[in-house]
Design a protein around this ligand. Sequence first.
Ligand SMILES: [Zn+2]
Length: 384
Amino acid sequence: MIVTATGNPTTEQPEVFEYRLRARDGAARCGTYLSAHGAVQTPCFMPVGTKATVKGVLPRELRELGAQVILANTFHLHLRPGEQIIEHLGGLHAFMRYDGPILTDSGGFQVFSLAELRRIDERGVTFRSPVDGSLVDLTPERSIEIQRALGADIVMAFDECPNAQMTGEQLAASTDRTLRWLERCLAVPLKPHQALFPIVQGGMNADLRRASAQRTVALAPQARGFAVGGLSVGEARETTYAMLEASVEQLPPDRPRYFMGLGTPRDLVEAVDRGIDLFDCVLPTRNARNGRVFHPAGDLNLRNAEHARNPRPIQEDCDCPACTGGFSRGYLHHLAKQNEMLGGILATLHNLRYLLRLCERMREAIAQGRWQELKAEVLPAAQR
Ligand SMILES: [Zn+2]
């Protein structure tokens, strides 16, 4: 049941893509975002399934870990197997057997990482496919068409991703181009269950960030959510947070805000403290496959010899399948050293659960007005 602004209950169906703010504590918020594939409780960390799989984890396990939205990468899926095949097999949800909300990035970030392989102009980006060397064209229109075919619930605008060193006129021009590209993205129709999130850019310049956010909202006043991009790309953390603040202060409070590419416990808390609701990062799962796992007292490297004879789990009070399953650090060390796939899987389950549990705790603390308390508890111990 929904309660209307006048306080009267209504039996009206909730509108898909609606964001309901449940509580605020300072700038930190908790809320509910309604997608066609279910409600998302925010703050929410989104595990990354680059090639339509969160490596080594079953969809059912993702749910059990507390995952809500998961991410897939347009660039990789466009190259292989191709969006036509995925659409033919029923779209991403059916293809990867995940019936919860899915977000696809625009492919821009990956393309801009291919420094030697690209030509950027007003039309878009041309690059050589790392798969077969063929020339691939990615334009704002093309990115949205690919994402429409993939069928994710949240579709990201195609933006230009400046590097952390870009300044001056070059940065201003790049920020302008992202806005022109946004207009082109908005002109491409989506499927009814899809929503496009524009991306605020502006590099490491707070004024440009503010202007980018203002103009983004003016171009897409109906957008169902907004993202902050181009941060966490190697700059000092103090800069990240200052740029984040400049971006967020211009965004409407009644829409979710997504920080692209953030995934350490400290970063999650710092971002939520500045009004962010959604984040994703490939590092927790990639690190896990390399034996690096989260621990409240600091990350552990399971490959280190010190763990070889340790009978304890990764973390005594963790409720993930690795820790509750009685798998010792000694066993996990052995699996990691032998590159056994179960080692990567167990470490992945732990790292994902660690962040998803942190999100649960953040939501609870915000709802109960205990945000400062949780921050004081988590931040001093958390490593970057
Ligand atoms: Zn665990």
